[in-house]
Design a protein around this ligand. Structure first.
Ligand code: FAD
Length: 319
């Protein structure tokens, strides 16, 4: 769309973040024919595309199992085909009060909207690093934080680091095509029983109570040094996948003048309204007692947030 036209236009709704929450909010907004813009700081798809594209999702209703990349692609295609304007690689910095509308300032432009939905998930997020020798030098040269597509694993010696569901699920995917080990520094995994059970019945080698000491190789990863009970030893590896958590940064929220919880997440009412008039929120960025950070939760809250924004903007006599 022509940027000059966009600048003059006042959207009914601007959605910040294009993860499952933001995309679903867009889908529901368009079913009400609201002029909708979704602004995404990185890649459309949120955590699904940026953190675990190869992982299977087994708890999204309607699919026994669906690859995260595919679910994200479908949400994207649905939001786009229904008429949402979607901008990627554009970060929202400020949401200001205008005379009669909200003003959204981004890294690229300024937009006006009658309502806003904040769906920024974990904010700016990056996989946690191990901070051991060799990691920085060999990143993308055999050390990675996201499991490559299966074809890229064939014939490689893969060592995964981590003890949660995500690390185990990556190990199980890798195991279907190549030699795979998983290293965890604790005596037990911290994961769903079904994943631990699947691991037991796979060919993945599990290495417990063991810490990574260094990644080794000149120009590309050749081995990893491990430490178990004070003894160090080398294991040959040409792909190390680190999956030990996420560093999330929600600092940007502090500038948006929203009421936040102690750990910096957005406080909402039952209709997903925030402390600021015309601003709603949904997904991982929102917190309340009993909150379960899942795709389906983000989508459910998005439907409510979108409906509330619709009522706020259009004020239908019947709603
Ligand atoms: C490894 C892993 C595996 C998981 N597996 C599952 C699973 O199997 N099933 C399940 O239900 N859940 C799973 N989850 C949880 C699920 O991914 C989240 O609950 C879900 O992604 C939340 O969606 P969201 O739209 O709220 O946020 P996100 O997916 O985080 O999307 C938010 C988007 O907002 C963007 N953004 C942030 N700041 C700005 C800004 N200032 N301006 C513009 N855009 C911004 C981000 O770049 C991001 O794309 C998993 C999570 C992880 C980390």
């Amino acid at each position: 769309m022509d940027r000059i036209y966009e600048l003059k236009m006042c959207y009914d709704i601007i959605i910040i973040g294009a993860g499952p929450g933001g995309l679903t909010a867009g889908i529901y907004a368009r079913s009400r024919m609201m002029k909708t813009l979704i602004i995404e700081a990185g890649r459309v798809g949120g955590q699904l595309i940026s953190l675990y594209p190869e992982k299977g999702i087994h708890n999204y209703p309607g699919f026994e199992s669906v690859q995260a990349r595919k679910l994200s692609d479908r949400l994207y295609a649905q939001a786009e085909s229904l008429g949402c304007d979607i901008h990627d690689n554009e970060k929202v910095n400020e949401v200001l009060d205008g005379d009669e509308e909200l003003i959204v300032n981004t890294s690229k432009s300024q937009y006006h909207a009658k309502s806003v939905i904040v769906a920024i998930g974990m904010g700016n997020f990056n996989p946690k690093k191990m901070c051991i020798p060799g990691e920085a030098e060999l990143t993308d040269k055999g050390v990675t934080y996201i499991l490559p597509v299966k074809e890229g694993l064939v014939g490689r010696k893969v060592v995964l680091f981590g003890g949660g569901n995500s690390a185990i699920e990556m190990a199980l995917i890798s195991d279907t095509v190549t030699d795979t080990a998983i290293v965890h520094r604790k005596p037990e995994f911290r994961a769903d029983e079904c994943n631990v059970d699947a691991l037991k019945h796979s060919n993945v080698r599990t290495v417990m109570n063991t810490a990574a000491v260094s990644f080794n190789g000149s120009g590309k990863l050749e081995s990893v040094t491990l430490n178990r009970n004070g003894e160090t030893y080398d294991v040959p590896a040409d792909l190390a996948v680190v999956n030990i958590g996420i560093d999330a940064d929600l600092e940007v929220l502090k500038k948006w003048d929203l009421k936040l919880t102690e750990d910096g997440r957005v406080v909402v009412d039952l209709d997903m309204s925030t402390s600021r008039n015309g601003i709603f929120a949904c997904g991982d960025v929102v917190d309340y007692d009993g909150k379960n950070k899942l795709i389906i939760t983000a989508c459910g809250e998005a439907a409510t947030a979108s409906q509330s924004a619709y009522k706020f903007v259009k004020k239908p006599y019947w709603a």
